[in-house]
Design a protein around this ligand. Sequence first.
Ligand code: URA
Length: 289
Amino acid sequence: MNRAQLARELLGHLRSQKAAGISYVSLGARPEAVAEVARPATAPPARAPEPEATPAPEQHTLIPEAARVSAPTLAPMAKRRDPGPEPSPLPFDPDAEMTLDGLQAAVDGCLRCKLGPGRTNLVFGVGNPAANLVIVGEAPGANEDAEGIPFVGRAGQMLTKMIENVIEVPRQEVYICNILKCRPPGNRNPEPDEIDCCEPYLHKQLAIIRPRLILALGKFAAQWLLQTKTPIGRLRGKFGRYQGIPCLSTYHPAYLLRNPRDKKLVLEDLLKAKAVYHGETEAEIELFR
Ligand code: URA
């Protein structure tokens, strides 16, 4: 008897069993043997690639439902996240007293994450080391990478207007830095391993400056500073705390360049920052942690 005849026999047998009220047939230890019989003689080899766009045809095999539920045991093992190589040790002692210049000199040659080798300049931060206001962005872009200074491109020009025209402080009075000190290729979002490598630098910068107020620009800065996954649309306009320091979140100026209609929301947020900065009101902390 050839395969096709055997399959027809088996199908007929199963149908008669089903007609007799039997809904389960044990396959014993080798369900693959039944599958092998059921496979048409012209079936493609098991490892042949499937065309992506064509949905798999509905299968009418002889494998009963009860056998199919064993499929999870045959599923490929879940992919484990590759932890990657251990980052090299920090180039400074996090507990040591140091100046911003000392910290900058220590981190200047950093190659702790995969962004280091691709940079032109590490973009450490700029401004007043005794600033009352620290502004934290996301990561350098092409202009910042070329010059080694944060917020010097179009988003930077908008930020300067936000600082000087709305908060009413000269830009050089505040301190400006980013979550990441090196530019992600193509300005893509920061990746978690990059943030893990870079965050001790920002922690230390903030510990040295110890400002009275922090302004977080955009989702990455706001979520990192406030240690939350809450979307930026719900964080903006509210004060939380970073290490006890009031921290106001708002939209990133690059977002405003793409969505100018939201400028009025940012204006509202910045007026709150202005009032706290100039000591006219206390920060009303709405986000607790
Ligand atoms: N966007 C940022 O978040 N930081 C910069 O320095 C420039 C653009």
